[in-house]
Design a protein around this ligand. Structure first.
Ligand SMILES: Nc1ncnc2c1ncn2[C@@H]1O[C@H](COP(=O)(O)OP(=O)(O)OP(=O)(O)O)[C@@H](O)[C@H]1O
Ligand SMILES: [Mg+2]
Length: 293
């Protein structure tokens, strides 16, 4: 039996390795953006950025249907804007366009009044902090994970950001503090903690515009409150755009952009929209309700 087991084991190992190699080759074959020159991150206290979409139409490929059918909205510098809408409305796509992972087919997106197409990519991306919907935390220590986007950040900046993201309490409780290993994909952290680690990582880059794609998963009350406080703190000095899935996030937004099927159908505050927009009222009553109490 034993040699047979060894042979079977070897075959399995070979197949895992071959699959990994194929994936690497796929990645290497992808078209690359022009290689980035080094761009310094914004200085501390840099001005928050203003953003505007003007009649943006976009589809992911020529043979796919349009995802954005003329999206128009404007976000002033500073403060928090929430995006809500049914799944597939095109909210995450708004963020991908801001990062210029894709270019719109028509229409104009401006940052600080300047067309995104006129920005140097490294300069544009240095201004933006992006926390994805399923923010990845990598195997390694907490410190490694936090400094990923800005290895030069000093201890003061780190301490400040940990305080903003309410992670200082967690780190004080951990026996190894910042050097605690978080496990593969951050399995030793809760969902809310993982998301705050991702926000802290983005904040260490001193973004002028923070994009936060809220995870759809439910958070416990403590984590939810911590996340809400974090976002409202950040919004005082940075322009924050949040794709919101929780009522607690939406109610504190300065303005809410309601998206449906690739269009902006209403903009306003929670109070205004609950009475004026039926879709928003329904979202607030159903999708968000679990978080309301
Ligand atoms: N990389 C992609 N390639 C092709 N189509 C895509 C891609 N990403 C998203 N889409 C399509 O674009 C549409 C909008 O997707 P998007 O991710 O912007 O929705 P969303 O509003 O963020 O939804 P959710 O609330 O579920 O996150 C969907 O129909 C989706 O299938
Ligand atoms: Mg999304």
């Amino acid at each position: 039996m034993s040699p047979i087991q060894q042979v079977v084991g070897a075959i399995t190992q070979y197949q895992t390795g071959a699959a990994a190699l194929t994936r690497m080759q796929e990645a290497l074959c992808l078209p690359a953006e022009p290689s980035a020159r080094f761009t310094p991150l914004p200085s501390p206290g840099a001005q928050p950025a203003a953003l505007a979409f003007d009649d943006v139409r976009f589809r992911y490929a020529d043979d796919l249907p349009y995802v954005h059918h003329g999206v128009t909205f404007a976000v002033p510098a500073q403060g928090m804007t929430a995006f809500v809408g049914p799944s597939g409305a095109g909210k995450t796509t708004v963020f991908s366009l801001i990062e210029r992972f894709y270019d719109p087919d028509s229409g104009v997106i401006t940052l600080d009044g300047r067309d995104l197409a006129d920005w140097e990519l490294p300069q544009l991306r240095a201004s933006i902090g992006y926390v994805e919907q399923d923010a990845p935390v990598l195997s390694g220590s907490l410190r490694d994970n936090l400094l990923l986007g800005n290895p030069e950040a000093d201890d003061d900046a780190l301490a400040r950001v940990l305080k903003t993201t309410r992670l200082d309490g967690l780190i004080a409780r951990l026996p190894a503090g910042l050097d605690t290993l978080v496990g593969h994909r951050g399995t030793k952290l809760s969902g809310g903690e993982r998301q705050r680690v991702a926000i802290a990582r983005a904040l260490l880059r001193r973004p002028r515009l923070l994009l936060l794609d809220e995870a759809t998963s439910q958070l416990d009350a403590v984590n939810e409150a911590a996340l809400r406080d974090t976002v409202s703190d950040v919004a005082r000095t940075t322009t924050v755009l949040v794709v919101a899935h929780r009522l607690s996030t939406v109610t504190m937004a300065d303005r809410i952009v309601v998206m449906d099927a690739g269009r902006v159908r209403a903009v306003g505050t929670h109070r205004e929209l609950v009475t004026s927009d039926p879709l928003y009222a329904e979202l607030a009553a159903t999708q968000f309700l679990a978080a309301a109490d």
